[in-house]
Structures are given as C-alpha cells and as structure tokens.
Design a protein around this ligand. Structure first.
Ligand code: FAD
Length: 469
C-alpha cells in the first residue's frame, strides 16, 4: 500500500573501502595486510583468473631476509579476507574513484592499489619464439622439446641462466649481451664457482650421467644462480647429449622464419657479432616490462624511464587515492644507500604489505613510517642445494670502481664475497652455508668501520662473529 518499487539493477559488490587489482604476490600480500590492519573494512581483489600467487611459507633468515615459498593457489582461499572478483580492469576513472572492467562492471573504491605486475619483454614475433613467463609458457616449451634439436636462448638474467642449466638433450646456443653469464646476479668469480660444482655434480649423479655439458668458450661459463621456477619441470630434448655454446657480448639483431621449403631449421637468428644461427626454436628471457598501460580517465600515470608507475615513499602514484606495488611500480623516492629495486618476489611481497599500511594510514589519517625492508636489498635463492644470499650492494652497484673486495672461496663448499668502501661493508654475496648472513646484514646496516679488522673478517681460523657479540 503506497509502496513504490524501483527497478534498479542490483549490482553486487560495487563499492569497496580498499580495492586491489592483480592476484600476484604484491596483490595478495596487500590484501593480507589490509585484512589484518583494517579487519572490518570492505576489501575487493580483482584478478583475471581464479588462481592467485601467494607466499605460503616464510622462514626468517635474518632480520630483513626470509626464505619464502611461493605457490599458486585458488583465489577462493582469500574469501575470508576479501571479495574476489574474477575480471580484467580496463580503465580507471579517478574523477569518481571507480574502475571499469572487461565484463562491464564499474567498481568504486576509497583507496585503490595497482598490483598488475610486469610482462616479459617481447621484441620478436614468430611462432618459433617462446617467452618464458608462467607455467603455461614452460609447458609450451616442454611440448616443443619433444621434437627440437637446436635451441637459441636469449637473455642473461636468472631465468635464462636456469633454463640453460635445466635444458638437456638438445643443442643450445646461449646469447648473452655481457662478457660473462648471469650478469644480473653474479660476478664472473661466483659464476665460475658454481660452474665447477655443477660440472662435478653432473659426473657423480647417476640420473644425470647422460648429460654432458661442453662449453666452447674461455673463462667462466655454465649454469649459475637463478630462480627456482624450474624445479618441478623436466626440460629434456630428444638427443642424448647436451651441447652448449655461449655467444658473449652480443645481441640479437633479427629473427627470420625459415622458408617452408627449408627443412634444416625453423628459424634463423642474426646476431650483432655477424653470426647467423639456424635453430628450431628461440627462447627469449630478456627482462620484463611493467603492466602500467591501464587507461586512466584524466591525467595518466606518471611513468619512470623503465615504464613502471612512479610511486613516492608511501607507494602513492600521481593519481589521487591510487597506490601501486610490486613489479608494476618504480620508486621515485630517495632510496636508501644499500637498497635498490629488482623485480623479485621478496620486493613484491614487501611492497604489497607496505602498500596496505600506507592505504590504511591514509584512510585512518594515521602517520606511516617507511618499512625497514627498504633499508637494504636482500635476496635469497638456492642453486644446486647451495644457499645463495645477496645483501646490499652485492655487485658493487652504484660504487663505480671505488671499493674493495674480500673473497673467500672453498671449492664446492662456499663462495664469500664482501664489498667494502672506506672500510665499511656495502654488500655481500654468500654462497653455501656460510652462516655469516646475520653478521653481514648488521655490518651493512650499522656501517661499522672495519678498517682494523678487515684482514680477519674472512680468516677461517677466527670466529669473527664472537668479535661482534
Ligand atoms: P605478478 O606476479 O606478475 O602479478 C600481477 C597480477 O596482476 C597477475 O595476476 C595479472 O594477471 C594481474 N593483472 C595484470 N593486469 C591486470 C588487469 N588489467 N586487471 C586485473 N588484473 C591484472 N622472483 C623471485 O624472487 N624468485 C624467483 O624464483 C622468480 N622466478 C621467476 C620466474 C619467471 C619465469 C618470471 C617471469 C619471474 C620470476 N621472478 C622470480 C620474478 C617474480 O615473479 C616477480 O617479481 C613477482 O611475481 C612480481 O609480483 P607482482 O605481484 O608484482 O606481479
């Protein structure tokens, strides 16, 4: 009686206090942080697939460093913390604080965090070029390996390095733009240390006895440090032996598909050193480009030179109420002397949780202190059972030629490299069970003058940790 009904379409979940885009480590860590810091607030996560990536285990190694395990998991598992919306964001309208999605939804927010990650850099387009990004692309490669005899691998980061090591039963030409392999993570000495161990292991491990690795170049070469994405994947080709050739200090100029009548190979790769390589497939792992090209209705995002969305010390973008974290962003704050950005899980995780703190701080109008994780670069991975820890300016980044190196190498056991400047520790590469990561972390953070004890720092007969206790 007297009741008027309106025919308004009911749109479920069209407003969230906090909205996060992207179900990678940054996005999931952000949601976890938001749910913890502001449990009664509405939180939405937009992700294109029902599978998200999460850190399922984090074992503290030092104050700043944790040994993390990353797993793909059902997005449903986050439902206790947030509302998961499986969709793709196509545009942001900051004038009305809303995002628009592929399926036609408009979702409003108070604070938004972009965690859209990065995509592998693609320069060449050919059905014979594979770019390794996710498990799907590794499966494509596995499939192709059933028929190919010769592969060209392009790239000198962790992914290319591990790939070259994991591939077997196939001829590989590895094209690296630097003078030594794995330059993103390793100096030539560390590369050589690992190579020796790997080759020794190959001889004594029965199941890999068939694998013969030959390097036709001088100096350091061979498998080395890299991400552990390949651990459950078998990358065996059809041949019995593996033959690796490394082309140093050159890049790919052109890739041309072979004529259909050409039965010798699928594709030709022309290098800047004048050589042309004939092969069956090319695997490209030449870095990533941030997914920063989301349409903004209004002034666009300010981008850094690497195409990452510029963020300030509170991970805020230039667009009001919009934050960014993980691979998609690039810091434009004055970074600490021993920290720098590398697009890795650890940093995606730190940034995701820190973004949550900043977003909640902004909503509650509370001050936020920058996270301690941005004081110093830390990364831990494993290589052939070796613990590999990288701390601070581990490759003497930003130091030019003005630094000192302390080195201790025990073949097959450990490789320790400490970087000192003006007697103070700046960075460290610790391979093996060195047990000095905590000490190194403290010395990098507190910048203690080590001039008088530098000679003893790596003396195996002196328990240097006692000295600092
Ligand atoms: P991502 O994990 O890329 O997640 C971004 C998410 O956003 C994705 O789910 C994507 O689908 C979604 N998204 C993008 N655009 C939109 C949109 N418009 N709408 C909605 N959703 C969107 N690092 C390590 O530390 N250790 C390793 O072993 C390691 N291995 C690696 C192996 C490979 C093959 C690659 C490519 C990288 C590896 N890395 C490793 C780097 C690491 O994966 C990244 O640094 C990290 O995953 C970045 O996390 P993220 O959350 O920022 O981005």
């Amino acid at each position: 009686k007297g009741l008027i009904t309106f025919d308004i379409p009911f749109r479920e979940y069209d407003y969230f206090k906090y909205l996060v885009i992207g179900g990678g480590i940054a996005g999931v860590s952000c949601v976890e942080g938001l749910a913890f810091l502001h449990p009664d607030a509405s939180i939405g996560l937009i992700t294109p697939s029902g599978i998200v990536k999460a850190v399922t285990k984090a074992v503290p190694v030092t104050k700043l460093l944790s040994d993390i395990t990353v797993e793909e998991t059902d997005a449903d598992k986050l439902e206790g913390m947030c509302r998961v919306i499986v969709d793709n964001v196509t545009a942001i309208d900051p004038r009305v604080n809303s995002v628009l999605t592929e399926s036609g939804r408009e979702i409003k927010y108070s604070k938004l965090c972009l965690c859209t990650g990065a995509s592998p850099r693609k320069i060449w387009y050919s059905p014979h070029v594979i770019t390794i990004r996710d498990t799907d692309s590794v499966e494509t490669l596995q499939d192709k390996l059933k028929t190919v005899k010769k592969i060209v691998v392009i790239g000198n980061g962790g992914i290319a390095t591990e790939l070259v090591h994991e591939l077997s039963g196939v001829d590989i030409v590895w094209v690296v733009k630097d003078k030594h392999i794995s330059a993103t993570f390793l100096d030539p000495g560390a590369a050589e240390f690992l190579q020796e161990t790997v080759l020794k292991k190959t001889e004594s491990t029965p199941e890999t006895m068939f694998k013969r690795m030959r390097y036709n170049t001088e100096g350091s070469a061979g498998p080395s440090l890299g991400p552990d994405w390949h651990s459950n994947v078998s990358l065996h080709g059809v041949a019995r032996d593996t033959h690796i050739v490394i082309e140093y200090a050159c890049e790919v100029e052109r890739i041309v598909d072979a004529e259909e009548t050409d039965t010798s190979c699928n594709v030709y790769v022309k290098l800047t050193n004048g050589k042309t390589l004939a092969c069956d497939i090319v695997v490209s792992a030449i870095g990533v480009v941030p997914n920063s090209n989301i349409l903004v209705r209004g002034p666009p995002f300010e981008l850094a030179t690497d195409s990452g969305i510029s963020v300030n010390e509170f991970l805020q973008t230039n667009v009001s109420h919009v934050f960014a974290a993980g691979d998609v962003c690039t810091p434009r704050w004055e970074i600490a002397a021993h920290w720098f950005q590398m697009r890795l899980w650890t940093q995606a995780r730190h940034m995701g949780s820190y973004a949550a703190k900043c977003m909640v701080g902004a909503v509650k109008n509370e001050p936020v202190l920058q996270d301690f994780a941005f004081e110093m670069f830390t990364h831990m991975t494993r290589f052939f059972g070796f613990k590999v820890i990288l701390l601070g300016l581990f490759n003497a980044q930003t130091l030019g030629n003005d630094y000192e190196v302390l080195l201790r190498v025990t073949r097959g056991v450990e490789y320790i490299k400490l970087i000192l400047k003006d007697g103070k520790m700046q960075g460290a590469v610790l391979i093996g069970d060195t047990d000095i990561e905590e000490m190194c972390e403290n010395l990098i953070l507190n910048q203690l003058d080590l001039t008088d004890i530098a000679d003893d720092l790596l003396n195996p007969n002196i328990d240097i940790e006692d000295y600092f206790d």
